[in-house]
Design a protein around this ligand. Sequence first.
Ligand code: NAD
Ligand code: UD1
Length: 337
Amino acid sequence: MKLLITGGTGYIGSHTVVELLSLGHDVVIVDNLVNSSELVLSRIEKITGKMPQFVKADICDRDALNDIFSTYKPEAVVHFAGLKAVGESNDIPLSYYHNNVTGSVVLFEVMAAHNVKNLVFSSSATVYGENNVSPLDETMATSATNPYGRTKLMIEEILFDLAKSDSDWSIINLRYFNPIGAHQSGLIGEDPNDIPNNLLPYVSQVAIGRLAQLQVFGDDYNTPDGTGVRDYIHVVDLALGHIKALETLATLSGCQAINLGTGNGTSVLQIVDGFSHISGTKVPFKIVPRRAGDIATVYANAALAKDVLGWQAERNLTEMLEDTWRWQSTNPQGYTE
Ligand code: NAD
Ligand code: UD1
């Protein structure tokens, strides 16, 4: 299949591009590199033997997108491009609404104009808000607690409306739980621009000595060890979920939301212990007050993905932590020449 991958040089996008190229798909990436490095492209080539086509452009740039659709004639789009830092979205909400929501609407308009109506969209478990009890399933009510989450919810709703208005559209909103890990080669992985917000990149930067100490946000939750529980999923399993979603679009009409998670919960302290063991470095941490907006326990009901996509996560927590460490220890400063 000929595919347009927005945000394809980013963390999840790059792993998905590797799997797509390995399966023989024809890929063009559009990314403005606001949160990724062009060096990713040569790493993808090293892994797959194929250099993906790449256009540096912003999804808000309608003319650039029109050119890309005219030149490459994709049959489907996987839409990863977006800003994703929750804290930053509270500080600069308009940038988030413009980049994520306006950018997505421009993309969908250009798709419609070129009669490309097959789409896989990167949504998030954040759309389940704070009031549902895990395991979270796709029938539950959605809500958002911050501008980032609201952009995901708005884009999902735009897509449900779009599919209702025109039955030619086939759309899957993939609701990711907590992606971690890296490609087994150690050549691509997560490379945050600033101090990481998420747990795993923070822990691995402490282990490599770039950061002094992890702050554990609260140990008084109603969980087995008092720290927050999340559904961590290997980024390669997540990438493979996109392949299954693309294959499913052919038999699906309308718009469907599907969780990509493992269905298992792991606490912050279990991650710290596991990472210390695998890296051979005791990860120093201190308990600090809870982070605003966090909830105790979040994990998926992963049944729908199995039923509809024929997909389930295969990689266990040890593999997730080993692959994270291989990437971090062989690329201590992330993507550098
Ligand atoms: P990432 O930041 O590594 O990748 C996003 C890519 O989009 C980056 O390469 C960035 O340069 C690009 N981009 C951003 N705005 C753009 C624009 N206007 N035009 C063109 N390119 C643009 O993030 P990721 O972790 O790979 O996440 C991919 C998608 O998955 C995002 O939409 C994110 O919100 C969603 N998601 C991520 C997580 C997670 O924990 N990583 C969880 C749930 C959902
Ligand atoms: C966060 C975002 C969520 C987003 C998700 C994946 C918030 C409030 N939520 O969720 O919208 O979809 O990332 O990108 O930011 N932790 C620490 N110390 C740290 C970092 C995290 O103790 O330095 C804890 C958290 O309290 C949580 C767990 O580790 O219990 C996982 O945190 P994180 O990786 O940020 O993911 P989420 O909280 O699930």
